[in-house]
Ligand binder design. Structure first.
Ligand code: NAP
Length: 356
């Protein structure tokens, strides 16, 4: 649908998520990476000379970009933020005030009343908060956020279950090392071990899920009436968060009906035409020992949530296992998809087009 390209920038371009953004923006049909920034430690360095944390090497197209000061001055209108939560608060606000559209991975603004916590397949309508946000804050730019990685996978599964009205959910997560950023958890603490605590993670999963599935009034979001109880553990896996989920419904589906709702979930109308939208947001695997992070995290180019082991639960109604790639569907890929939605809806300038 887009007939032009948009220059984009990345705040926090040297971190785990920032690098995944650089990698996924290579050859993007709508976006051209024109600007990168990180902390003062990185300022002035050539991007290709900073340590590359992902496999392979720094994509050639980005090597000669020079890391700028984290200030809006030279930044393009559309800026991805992969900043530390601490730095994200004041910096993202400053960029939005200076007219930038900030598409953020950080937790800082996610639960603000007037900030969309967006998953295009689940709650594209929450972009209706943006006029309120701009009016209330006097910004010419705006902030849009994507959820916590584990929350994203759970929310997509629950969105597919909407026909059966999920009411109570118990989720236990097994989260990969890359979810803690770089350098993350010390190898001594993690190798051969399970750490049953990730600071703030359980609260994020419980609160963000209700906002994402909630009803947007235009001024704020009424949280969905679903109770979520989460436990989060760090496990010695590189990429891919696994989740054991049990759900109680208002209307209990037959197993085949539930499987069809999960496997058939699309969320976005085909005419949306967002380049990063997976053909199948949920891939239902039937083998009894799947999904597994090493085998399945990169399905649909890392943008799918894989589910398996769908079966009756003797306590709640059903239980299943879900898996998502934390730095792609849970972070960089999610942010790029959100930016594509902003473009498609006309928020990035240059016209958009309407579909609901
Ligand atoms: N990793 C995941 O799976 C995941 C998933 C979802 C959301 N997130 C969120 O995404 C954000 C980035 O995560 P990450 O894992 O990529 O973290 P990370 O590897 O620790 O990277 C943090 C980035 O922020 C920059 N930074 C730190 N302090 C700064 C400051 N004061 N001013 C400007 N830049 C600053 C760092 O620059 P320097 O290199 O110069 O220090 C680096 O580029 C976090 O908010 C995280 O919670 C992460």
């Amino acid at each position: 649908m887009a007939t032009r390209s948009w220059d984009v920038g990345i705040l926090g371009a040297t971190g785990m998520v920032g690098q995944q953004l650089v990698r996924r923006l290579e050859g993007h049909p709508w976006f051209r990476l024109a600007w990168v920034a990180a902390s003062e430690r990185s300022e002035g360095k050539r991007y290709g000379d900073t340590p590359w944390l992902l496999g392979g090497s720094v994509p050639a197209y980005a090597r000669d970009l020079v890391l700028d000061k984290a200030e809006p001055g030279r930044a393009p209108r559309l800026v991805f933020s992969a900043l530390d939560a601490g730095a994200a608060g004041p910096l993202e606000r400053a960029f939005a005030e200076a007219g930038r559209l900030v598409v953020s991975n950080a937790r800082t603004h996610r639960l603000a009343d007037d900030v969309p916590l967006l998953i295009p397949e689940v709650n594209a309508g929450h972009l209706d908060l943006l006029p309120t946000q701009r009016a209330a804050r006097g910004w010419s730019g705006a902030i849009v956020t994507n959820p916590n990685c584990s929350t994203t996978f759970l929310a997509i599964v629950l969105a597919a279950c909407r026909p059966f009205s999920p009411r109570r959910v118990i989720v236990t997560t097994f989260q990969a090392a890359s979810g803690a950023g770089h350098p993350g958890v010390a190898s001594w603490d993690l190798l051969g071990n399970v750490v049953p605590f990730i600071d703030g993670e359980e609260e994020k999963i419980e609160r963000e899920t209700r906002k994402i599935l909630g009803t947007c009034t235009g001024r704020s979001v009424m949280p969905a009436p679903v109770a979520v109880s989460a436990q989060a553990a760090r496990v010695p896996v590189l990429d891919g968060h696994t989740e054991a989920i049990s759900v109680e419904f208002d209307r209990v589906p037959e197993e085949a009906e539930l499987a069809a709702a999960l496997g058939g979930f699309t969320g976005l109308p085909p005419e949306a035409g967002l380049p990063s939208a997976p053909a199948r947001p949920i891939v239902h695997l039937r083998e009894p020992d799947r999904p597994q992070p090493r085998l399945d995290a990169l399905r649909e180019d890392g943008m799918a949530v894989c589910v398996g082991r769908v079966r009756r639960c003797p306590v709640l109604h059903y239980k299943l296992v879900a898996l998502g790639h934390n730095t792609i569907r849970g972070a960089a890929g999610a942010a790029i998809l959100n930016a594509e939605l902003l473009v498609a809806r006309g928020w990035a300038g240059g016209g958009g087009r309407s579909w609901s």
